[in-house]
Design a protein around this ligand. Structure first.
Ligand code: FE
Ligand code: FE
Length: 324
């Protein structure tokens, strides 16, 4: 199928394109670096699963580069610490209720998937091509790595779109802290396996008589569909695509949980899962290496790849123009 002709995106007048997309991306890159580091640490300490070890060995993290990379990662840790301090203070139940309410009653833009990719690209990237990938490059690299491994078409498409929720930064988010970063449930005690767990002390929910208990407002086995995960690009995109695509549950889980590291990597919050979530966890874990470790792959050529991915988009998005 040939790519369809696109009208220009219809974007609401409150769209804030004066925000510093580069700064957001710098934070987001540091967050990824720290997650790569944490995986490497697990391998070094001998506490990684066989699967994690295999992924680590296939990744760009080779022995020669270890020393300098570790130093870079330590610097990245220092930089993200302040980011997480702010995020962990401000991601409250109240904020999350408000963010979801805002989402429900507003349409921020109407555009196609490809337009959203281009929009995100122009908003975020004037970055140095030697050190950092553009948004489209990261999305295409993730998708291409999935395709190269012969994974299903819906999963390739998931790779292509998984970070489009970062548009939220320009749609009136309160800061970087409610767009990027690892996610975690709100409404129950913050698990010590969340990165920098000591930074939750200034979060008002930390001392709330209900939210500070182990299960908080939830019942064990309630299922993640019934849990409020900290608002950010994952949760936002999940809400956008769940009713506007025919993507399978596994794809929606990959989108919704891709930053939920405390759960998919550290093993926290297993008590809230239902049987369906056990299947979803496998899907999310299968997706993660493509997101985290495809960044050193060859640079994809967007214009060459566009016809292939337009077919995929058209297959799973019955209406080409989406409400964002
Ligand atoms: Fe992401
Ligand atoms: Fe990503």
């Amino acid at each position: 199928m040939a790519p369809i002709a696109l009208e220009s995106p219809n974007i609401n007048e409150n769209f804030n394109d004066h925000r510093d997309g580069l700064a957001l991306e710098a934070t987001s890159d540091d967050i990824d670096d720290v997650n790569v580091l944490r995986a490497a640490m697990k391998v070094k300490k001998g506490i990684a699963t066989q699967e994690e070890q295999d992924i680590y060995e296939q990744s760009q993290f080779d022995a020669q580069k270890d020393k300098t990379q570790f130093r870079q990662y330590e610097d990245a840790c220092d930089r993200v610490k302040n980011f997480y301090r702010e995020q962990h203070q401000k991601q409250t139940v109240a904020h999350n209720l408000k963010a979801r309410n805002d989402f429900k009653f507003k349409t921020r833009a109407e555009m196609t998937i490809w337009e959203a990719m281009e929009k995100l690209n122009t908003l975020i990237d004037e970055s140095d091509p030697d050190t950092s990938l553009s948004q489209i490059e990261h999305l295409l690299q993730t998708a291409e790595a999935i395709r190269r491994d012969g994974k299903p078409r819906w999963m390739q498409l998931t790779g292509l779109i998984h970070d489009l929720g970062k548009l939220l930064f320009f749609f009136g988010s309160d800061g970087q802290w409610d767009v990027v970063g690892d996610t975690f449930p709100v409404g129950c005690a913050f698990d010590p396996k969340i990165i920098y767990p000591g930074t939750f002390e200034d979060n008002p929910d930390h001392s709330d008589p209900i939210y500070s208990t182990t299960h908080g407002i939830y019942t064990p086995g309630c299922g993640l569909d019934n849990v409020m995960l900290s608002w950010g690009h994952d949760e936002y995109l999940y809400h956008v695509v769940k009713d506007q695509s025919t993507l399978p549950d596994e794809a929606l889980a990959m989108i919704r949980y891709h930053s939920f590291y405390p759960w998919h990597r550290e093993g926290a919050y297993r008590w809230m899962m239902d049987d369906h979530d056990k299947e979803m966890l496998k899907a999310v874990q299968a997706f993660n290496p493509y997101d985290l470790y495809s960044k050193s792959d060859d640079m994809p050529r967007a214009e060459e790849l566009k016809p292939y991915y337009m077919d995929l988009i058209n297959e799973y998005f019955p209406k080409s123009v989406l409400k964002w």
